[in-house]
Ligand binder design. Sequence first.
Ligand code: AMP
Length: 249
Amino acid sequence: MKVLVAVKRVVDYKVQIRVKSDNTGVETQNVKMSVNPPDENAIEEAVKLKEQGLASETIAVSIGDEKTQDVLRTSMAMGIDRSILVKSQNPLEPLAVAKTLKKIVEKENPDLVLMGKQAIDDDSNQTGQILSALLNWPQGCFISSLKIEGNKVLISREIDEGIENLETKLPAVLTCDLRLNTPRFASLPNIMKAKKKPLDMIDIDTLEIDTSTKIKTLKVIEPPKRKAGVMVNDVKELVEKLKYEAKVI
Ligand code: AMP
């Protein structure tokens, strides 16, 4: 079984996001960038499948500019065998990302595509679902457990009512939730080894897909600052304030 993992380079989750001074977007210059957190769960699961002897090869793919090589090296330091960078100077919307990933799937013929449930920069939560539709493959979204038995894929996912257990077949697209596993840290020897692992680069223009944007960003602004809170002495005062000042009850 060949496993393809989609990895996005995003602003590190610990960084305080700043809006660009011209209000055209979020500042990414001189900001720490990292692997999108749920994609780390996808990487970890792929590496585990290889360690269990279920996966024969694991491949990470990312779409982004030259700097995106760093997240692919991190993926390989975590245990991924080889990587593909699809070079694109412009950030892409989920539809364009899914179309690009479809091309890579057609080239590499994986049996399983693992992705994050969503990217923490745009919080779209769309790419996995669109990819499965374009490939006409079954999808399992927000998976929190995975078991593969032959061609059978057994997954669990958290829904409002509790845990839903589903069964589907390979090939499939699965999007990973943070509960799926605990991603390993890349050790120094593995970081060194990852430098020698293959990283192929493809120019997005050679894939002949329509990557035009469908959404126009008018302006990006900071959310309004939160006002300071008010301390109340007792429940009576709280209820009065909610009733007569805030008029919410
Ligand atoms: P989104 O639909 O943007 O929330 O992203 C969902 C998932 O799609 C991410 O967790 C990644 O696994 C994958 N993905 C999104 N954008 C990219 C990209 N530029 N390169 C590789 N994978 C991506």
